[in-house]
Design a protein around this ligand. Structure first.
Ligand code: SAM
Length: 314
């Protein structure tokens, strides 16, 4: 069983003020929309769960649910997500990774009562920015990953020199980086106040392994603790071993035993231009061109979806 040290320095002055406590209603019912489900285009019929919104209409829609798709309207100048991206010292390009990191932090701020005594675990963590952010905010941030891929996010060097990946100064003794498989978290029950797993769970192997990982996250969370999950939703009629169709997303996450969706209804609205002009991974030379939000690969049109799941009391 992995022991986590609580021998940490007192909080520095980077600790931000008291966290907000707004909790949106929990029922996972699709929100009403003035716009019909998308009919489809170059990339095949759009899933009936997804709602395409003309870009000019999307500009005027205020999306309040934390459980939603990545869209460019979230890069509102001086908006709440742009502010968190600034806090994370993130680049100015419109990239869904920045959105995942910022919405994870914003959502956990709104839903939780986290502060200097909290402990959190990140699963399939790589060297993501929220790790360093939380090292400055909470008592202990534990990053777990296989850390076996020097060419991608799971770089082994993170185990020995996390400071070389840090986008800003952080309290080194508040971040613990461990090699651990996401479906076997080597911690006691109810150890952590919150967890996050950002665009990783779909890479953990079979759906069964992914289900096991979600159950592990639940086990190590305290009752009432939140798991923030970002994963890939298929927006068209494609299917894939890793990316989720809406039906699979519902089955795996929205109906996960012992969890409830919190932070608002799942909002699957997305602006039309993102469905029409994805980054085509097999065609475009610059696959990081902005906006990097919707991607087309292997017959699947995908984007990031964020879900906040609260561990219910047994
Ligand atoms: C797409 S990366 C995302 C990394 C990070 N969450 C981020 O947002 O930058 C997926 C990560 O999952 C990790 N991974 C793959 N299979 C895993 C497993 N079975 N257990 C834990 N981590 C795993 C990889 O090493 C990689 O770091």
């Amino acid at each position: 069983m992995t022991k986590i040290s609580s021998q940490v320095k007192p909080l520095g002055n980077r600790l931000r003020g008291k966290l907000a406590r707004t909790i949106a209603p929990p029922s996972p019912v699709a929100p009403p929309s003035p716009v019909a489900p998308a009919a489809g285009g170059r990339f095949g019929p759009i899933s009936s769960a997804v709602i395409a919104v003309p870009d000019d209409v999307m500009r005027d829609i205020e999306r309040t649910s934390l459980n939603r798709l990545c869209t460019t309207s979230d890069w509102e100048a001086h908006g709440p997500l742009s502010q968190v991206m600034n806090e994370l010292n993130d680049s100015v390009c419109i990239h869904r990774k920045s959105w995942e990191y910022a919405l994870c932090i914003l959502g956990l701020r709104q839903l939780g009562e986290y502060g200097e005594t909290s402990k959190a675990i990140a699963v399939g963590a790589g060297y993501e920015r929220p790790l360093f952010h939380y090292a400055n905010e909470i008592q202990l941030m534990v990053a777990t990953d296989l850390y076996d891929n020097p060419d991608h996010e799971g770089q082994p060097a993170m185990l020995t020199s996390p400071e070389t990946f840090a986008p800003f100064e952080y309290r080194e003794d508040h971040l613990n980086v461990l090699r651990m498989s996401g479906d076997q978290l080597d911690f006691p029950d109810c150890e952590f106040d919150f967890a996050f797993c950002l665009s990783s769970i779909e890479h953990f192997g079979s759906r069964e392994t992914q289900r096991k990982s979600l159950a592990e996250m639940r086990r190590v969370l305290k009752p009432g603790g939140i798991a923030a999950i970002a994963t890939e939703l298929i927006l068209n009629d494609g299917t894939h071993d890793e990316y989720y169709t809406y039906a699979e997303l519902e089955e795996m996450f929205l109906k996960a035993p012992g969890f409830e969706l919190v932070g608002g209804d799942l909002d699957l609205r997305i602006q039309q231009s993102l469905l029409d002009y994805p980054v085509e991974l097999d065609r475009h030379r610059n696959t990081n061109a902005s906006p990097h939000i919707t991607l087309y690969t292997e017959g699947c049109l995908i984007t990031s979806v964020m879900l906040f799941l609260r561990r219910t009391v047994d």
